[in-house]
Design a protein around this ligand. Structure first.
Ligand SMILES: Cc1cc2nc3c(=O)[nH]c(=O)nc-3n(C[C@H](O)[C@H](O)[C@H](O)COP(=O)(O)OP(=O)(O)OC[C@H]3O[C@@H](n4cnc5c(N)ncnc54)[C@H](O)[C@@H]3O)c2cc1C
Length: 305
C-alpha cells in the first residue's frame, strides 16, 4: 500500500506515467506475478531522477525493471514502486568507435543499430532478450563473451537520486551473471560499448548464426525466464537437472522444458508458487543425485504472502 501523500507526489511528478495495482504478469516474460503497488515509467532521465528522490523521501521500496526477462515475481505481488526504464532510449554512435545506449534500449535496438552501422562486437548479445540496464546488472552473456568484455563505461544514479556518476569498465566488478559493488540500490542509466568496424553483412551473418544455434536448443516460443539456475563451476545446470530425471517434470502449469532442462516454461496459467515448487524439486533432486547445490540465476522477488 502506498500512503496517500506519496501517491499524490508520484502522480504529480509522473502524471499518466504512474499506474497503481499493476499485475506484474503483464511485465515479465514468464507471464507470472501478482500486483505491484505502483508501476512508474518516467518519460526521461530528469523524471527518473525526480522519481528516485520521491521514493527516497517517502521511504518507498523500489524495484528496477528492465523487460522482466529474468524476474520471477511471487503471486502476492510487490511492495512499493516498480521503476520501468523503457523510455530511456537514447542510442548513438560515439568515437572509438563505440555505441552509447541508455538503460531502456532493447536487445533488438542495439542489435539493429550495430548491424546497420556495420559494428562488430555485440553480436553475442543479439539473442539475450532484455534491456541494456538488465544486461549490465546481470553481466548477461553467452559462454564465450559477456557484458564485461564490451563495456567501456556505465553511468549510474545513486538510489536517492542525489548523484549521477560515470564508472569506467575497469572499475566495475563484473562476476558470473552479476555486477557487484555498485553503491547500494544504484540504477544503471546507460552503457558505452566498444565495437569495431565491420560490414552490415558480416555482422548480420554472425547474428543469424548465433540465433540459429539458440532456436535449435532453447524453447523460445513459450513463456520462460531463460536459465533458472546458474551453471555450477565446471558443469551445466541443465545437464544436472536432466540427469536427475526431471526433463518434462510438471507442477501445476509450470514445466521443466523438454528442450532445455534449465528452462521452466509456463504452459498457460502457471503461478509463481508452481514455479517455486518446481525450482525446489529440481534443487533437491540434483543435490540428492549429484551432491551439487544449485543456485538460482532468475531474480525471485515479491511479498511472501
Ligand atoms: C529465452 C531467454 C533466453 C535467455 N538467454 C540468456 C543468455 O543467453 N544469457 C544471459 O545472460 N541471460 C539470458 N536470459 C536472461 C535475460 O535475458 C537476461 O538476464 C537479461 O539481461 C535481462 O534483461 P531485462 O532487461 O529483461 O532485465 P530484468 O529481467 O527486468 O531485470 C533483471 C535484473 O536486473 C535489474 N535491473 C534491470 N534494470 C536495471 C538497471 N537499469 N539498473 C540496475 N539494475 C537493473 C533488475 O532489478 C533485476 O534484478 C534469457 C532469458 C530468456 C527469456
Amino acid at each position: 500500500m502506498i500512503a496517500a501523500e506519496a501517491r499524490a507526489a508520484l502522480e504529480q511528478a509522473l502524471g499518466e506515467g504512474v499506474l497503481f495495482d499493476v499485475p506484474m504478469s503483464r511485465h515479465t516474460s514468464l507471464r507470472i506475478g501478482g500486483p505491484a503497488d505502483a508501476l512508474a515509467t518516467p518519460a526521461d532521465r530528469a523524471e527518473l531522477i525526480a522519481l528516485l528522490r520521491i521514493c527516497h523521501q517517502h521511504r518507498l521500496a523500489r524495484t528496477l525493471l528492465g523487460s522482466g526477462f529474468n524476474i520471477l515475481v511471487r503471486d502476492a505481488g510487490l511492495d512499493g514502486v516498480v521503476i520501468s526504464q523503457k523510455k530511456l532510449r537514447r542510442l548513438e554512435e560515439r568515437s572509438g568507435p563505440a555505441v552509447f545506449a541508455e538503460a531502456g534500449v532493447s536487445h533488438a535496438g542495439v542489435t539493429r543499430f550495430c548491424q546497420q552501422h556495420g559494428f562488430s562486437g555485440m553480436e553475442f548479445a543479439a539473442g539475450i532478450p532484455g534491456t541494456v540496464g538488465g544486461w549490465i546488472a546481470m553481466n548477461a552473456g553467452i559462454g564465450v563473451r559477456e557484458q564485461k568484455d564490451v563495456v567501456v563505461s556505465i553511468e549510474i544514479a545513486t538510489a536517492n537520486g542525489g548523484e549521477e556518476r560515470t564508472l569506467a569498465g575497469e572499475q566495475l566488478d563484473f562476476r558470473y551473471r552479476e555486477l557487484v559493488g555498485l553503491p547500494e540500490g544504484a540504477l544503471v542509466l546507460s552503457a558505452l560499448f566498444a565495437v569495431s568496424p565491420s560490414t552490415p553483412d558480416a555482422v548480420k551473418a554472425e547474428i543469424d548464426r548465433l540465433l540459429g544455434q539458440r532456436s535449435a536448443t532453447q524453447p523460445l516460443d513459450v513463456p520462460s525466464c531463460g536459465s533458472v539456475f546458474r551453471n555450477p563451476e565446471g558443469d551445466f545446470a541443465g545437464r544436472l537437472i536432466e540427469a536427475a530425471g526431471l526433463r518434462g517434470e510438471r507442477i501445476g502449469a509450470a514445466q521443466i522444458s523438454t528442450q532445455h532442462a534449465n528452462f521452466i516454461t509456463n504452459l498457460g496459467g502457471a503461478t509463481a508458487a508452481d514455479v517455486l515448487a518446481l525450482i525446489e524439486r529440481a534443487r533437491e533432486r540434483v543435490l540428492e543425485r549429484s551432491g551439487i547445490e544449485l543456485a538460482t540465476e532468475v531474480k525471485i522477488m515479491g511479498r511472501a504472502t
